[in-house]
Write a protein that binds this ligand. Structure first.
Ligand SMILES: [Zn+2]
Ligand SMILES: [Zn+2]
Length: 131
């Protein structure tokens, strides 16, 4: 069982499943949404994800017509993103996980906009745009 919460803990969730794909995204939208050089997220089935607290605190921002970013309206923590054309999958922001195993990242996407100032060596597969 995976558990997690936002910074103020108004929003809490559980996820019944494992993280089969851990992705680092370097796109400019994620960088701004997170305030970090990249975001680490995992696609998971919405059916296995449950908010245990704070559904009313969630806010949504459509960063593009097909993609909404869901965050805590109290503290601003980004929690997940969801595409309107594949709503059964959400991309959980792994920095909000507080309990359970997270594997090392499997690959990186949108390396075309990777932050030059952040240098890290790895053998992960890297894609210029999306995978
Ligand atoms: Zn919060
Ligand atoms: Zn991104």
């Amino acid at each position: 069982m995976i558990k997690g919460s936002c910074l103020c803990e108004a929003v809490q969730y559980e996820y019944k499943g494992s993280f089969d794909e851990v992705v680092m995204c370097h796109c400019n939208q994620c960088k701004k949404a997170q305030g970090t050089p990249f975001v680490t997220n995992a696609p998971i089935e919405l059916a296995n994800f449950k908010l245990t607290r704070g559904e009313g605190a969630l806010k949504t921002f459509f960063s593009s017509p097909q993609k909404k970013r869901v965050f805590c309206g109290e503290c601003g923590s980004p929690l997940y993103s969801q595409r309107t054309d594949m709503p059964e999958t959400i991309r959980l922001r792994l920095g909000t996980v507080t309990e359970g195993d997270i594997p090392k990242p499997h690959y990186e996407i949108y390396c075309e906009s990777k932050s030059d100032w952040f240098n890290e060596r790895s053998n992960r597969q890297r894609y210029e745009k999306n995978k």
